[in-house]
Design a protein around this ligand. Sequence first.
Ligand SMILES: NC(=O)c1ccc[n+]([C@@H]2O[C@H](COP(=O)([O-])OP(=O)(O)OC[C@H]3O[C@@H](n4cnc5c(N)ncnc54)[C@H](OP(=O)(O)O)[C@@H]3O)[C@@H](O)[C@H]2O)c1
Length: 486
Amino acid sequence: MTESTDQNTANIGVVGLAVMGSNLARNLASRTGNTVAVYNRTRAKTDELLAAHPEAGFVPAFSYAEFAASLSTPRTAIIMVKAGAPTDAVIDDLLAVFEPGDIIVDGGNALFHDTIRREQAVRSTGVNFVGMGVSGGEEGALLGPSLMPGGSDESWVTLGPILQSIAAVAEDEPCVTHIGHDGAGHFVKMVHNGIEYADMQLIAEAYDLIRRGTGKTPAEIADVFAQWNAGELDSYLIEITAEVLRQTDAATGAPLVDVIVDQAGAKGTGGWTVQTAIDLGVPVSGIAEAVFARSLSSHPEQRAVSAGLPGPAPKAAVDDVDAFIEDVRLALFASKIVAYSQGFDEIRAGAAAYDWNIDLGAVAKIWRGGCIIRAQFLNRISDAYAAEPDLAVLLTAPFFVDALTRAQDAWRSVVAAAAASGIPSPAFSSSLAYYDGLRADRLPASLIQGQRDFFGAHTYRRTDREGTFHTLWSADRSEVSAQDTH
Ligand SMILES: NC(=O)c1ccc[n+]([C@@H]2O[C@H](COP(=O)([O-])OP(=O)(O)OC[C@H]3O[C@@H](n4cnc5c(N)ncnc54)[C@H](OP(=O)(O)O)[C@@H]3O)[C@@H](O)[C@H]2O)c1
C-alpha cells in the first residue's frame, strides 16, 4: 500500500470520492491557493481519481491518520458521503485524529435535526462542525455549486474564503453565504429542494396542459419552453425542460418523454420539507402537492385499478392556441410565485423556531447561480427582502402583486379548464387555493371552530369581544366564557 508522504501540505480535504466528492475536490483543486487532501473508504476510488486527474495535485490519504497528517491546521475536511449513518461513522473517525479548532464540514444531504445533533456532539470535543447544503448536482460540484453552510462564526472565518472561491458566481457575487448556526444551512437546502419539487411539478403540469389542450408535439412544446426561457420565466429548469422535450429516443424514434415510465422518483428531501412545515405550522401546500403527485405517479397498481373511473366527456382542442399557451405561462408564473413564497415562509418560521438569524434576501441571491432552481426571478425576491426585511408574505411585495394582478385571470381560467377537462393540475390548483385563502376576508375556519367546540369543547374566540367561549351544546346551548366550563 502506498503511504502518503506529504505532511501538512493540504489546506482542505475531502472525504468521500463518489461523484459529488470527487467533483468538489477537483473544483477545490482548480482554485489558486488550494491543495486538496483526498480520502475514500474504498481505496479504488482514490486511485481512480488520482489516475484520472493528475493535474489536480491531490494529496492522497489511505487512512484517517494520514489524512489528518496531510492537512495544515486548523484542519478543514468536507465530508461527501452517503447521508445518514455513514456520515456519523466518518465524523467519529475524523474526531479520533482531529484536534480542537479543526473544522469538519458535512456537505451531504443531511436532515437538519441530525446536523443540530452532530454540531452539539462535535462542539463538545472542541472541533467545529458545519452542516453545509450543496446544490447543483455533479456539474455544480465541479464547476461551481450554490453552497449553504451553517455552523459557527469561527468556522466561517476559515471556511468562507475557500467556499467563496469554489461557489458559482451570479452577477459577480459568489453563491455562498453563512446561513446561520448549527442546522441552518441544511434547513435552507431542504427548503431549496422542496421548492425544486414544486417548480418541477408546475412545469410538468404546464407541459401536460399544453399537450392535451392543444395537441402540440413534445418538440413543438420544447419551442414554447425555449421561448418562455427568454422572458420572466428564465431559469435552469425551464431551459432543461425544453432540452428534454426535444429529445428523440434513438431506439424507437419516439419523443423520449413518451418512452420514459411516468413514475417520478424522490430521494426524500421534498418530504422532509413538508413534514417540517407541518411541525412548524407553515402551509407549504404547493410543495406538498408536488411531493404527493410524485407518490401518486409511483403507484402503478392503484392507477391501473382506477383507470376506468368516470371522467368528463372529451373536450375539443382549444380554439385559440396562442392565447391558451399564454394563459398557461401566466398560471405557471403565478403558481411559481406561490411556491417560493411558501418556501421562504418556511425558512422564516424555521429561523424563528431554531433561533437562526437568516437573511432571506441573501438566501435568494445564493440560489441565483449553481443550483437547480437558479432563475432570474430570484433577483426580485432579494429586492423584496432588501426593501422590507420583515416582509410577512413574500407574494405581497409590490413586484409580485403586479405579477399576480397580471396573471390571476389566466390562472383561474387554466385551473378551471384543467378541472373541466379532467387534467390533473394539483400544484396549479392548490397554489391558487392558497392565494385565495390568504386574501380572503373571512375563512370557513369559524365553522371548524364551531364544530370543534361542539364535539370536543375546544372553545372559540369571538370577533366582537376578548375572551374564550364555549357553547353548552348538550344542554341549553347558551354560551359561557371558557373558564366557566372547567
Ligand atoms: N448527487 C447529487 O446530485 C447530490 C447533490 C447534493 C448533495 N448530495 C449529497 O452528497 C453526498 C454524496 O453524494 P454522492 O452521490 O457523491 O455519493 P453517495 O452515493 O451518496 O455515497 C457514496 C460515498 O459514500 C461513501 N460511504 C458510504 N458509506 C460509508 C461509510 N459507512 N463510511 C465511509 N464512507 C461511506 C462511499 O464510499 P465507498 O466508495 O467506500 O463505498 C462513497 O464515497 C450525499 O450525502 C448526497 O446526498 C448529492
